[in-house]
Design a protein around this ligand. Sequence first.
Ligand SMILES: [Zn+2]
Ligand SMILES: [Zn+2]
Length: 273
Amino acid sequence: MTGRVVDALEARGGVAAARDVLESGVTRAALARAVRDGWAFRVRHGVYALGRTSPAVLAAAAHGGAVACVTALALAGIWVLADPGLHVWLGDKGRAHQHPGCRCVDHHGEGRATFGVVPVSDALVQAARCLSREGFFAAYESAWRLGLIGAADRVAVRSALPARLRRVLDIARGDAESGLESLLRLRLADRGIRLDCQVPIPGVGRVDFVLAGRIVLEVDGRENHDGPSKRHKDLVRDAAAAAAGYETLRFDYALVVYDWPLVEAAILRRLGR
Ligand SMILES: [Zn+2]
Ligand SMILES: [Zn+2]
C-alpha cells in the first residue's frame, strides 16, 4: 500500500492534497502508515509530500499553492534580474496559509490552486506584474532561447500582456546569449539605436554586437571568471577587431546593471551623438 501512496504523490509532482491522494484509491490508513514509516510527510493540514520534493515546491505548498511567476522562471533556468523570492499561485479562490519564514508574494488567477510549478508561459504572464519592463523582456528572451516557449506559447503570452509590454516584444529575439545582452539591446532600442547581434568578424570570431557597422560592443556575463588568460584573450580579440577596422567597447555585468548612465554615455560618444 505504501507504494501506491508514493505513486499517487509522484503522479502529482511530489506534493498533493490528502483529498486527491484518497480519491486515487489510497486509504487513509495507508497514507498514515506511509507518513509513520517516513515515505511521505505532512506539509500542513491536509497536504502531503514526498521527502525528495524540491524545497520551493514544498514552501509554495505550505503557503497554499504552486511555485509561480519569477520563482518558476528562475527554477526553469530562465534569466531573472534579481533574487526572485517565493511567488505563489493560489488560483481564484485559494487563500494564503501562514508558515514559518513566509514572505511569499501571492498571485491569483483563473482556476483551482494546484501544487507544483506553473508552466513557463503562465509564469511569464504573472511575471509581467512583478518585473520591470526590461526585466520582463530579458526573462522572455531567455525563455525563448532556452526553447521553453514555442510559437504558440509566445502568441498566448503576448495576448495576455498589457499593451505597453506587448510593444516591447516586437524587438524580442530567440538568440540573445545572456540577460545582459537583452537589457543592452532594449535600452539602446529605446534611444533609437539598432544593434546587429552575434556578428561574425573575420579574424575575430563572433562578437556580441556591432553598432553602426564599426563599433564592437562586448558584454561579459556574470558567470565569466576573470583571470589572466581571459584578459589576454580579450586583448587579442580587441586587437584583431582593431586590425579589421572596428573599435571595441567592453562592459561587464556590474557596469550594465549598476552604472548604465556611464555605459550609455560611452556608447553615444563613440557614435558621435
Ligand atoms: Zn510575482
Ligand atoms: Zn508563504
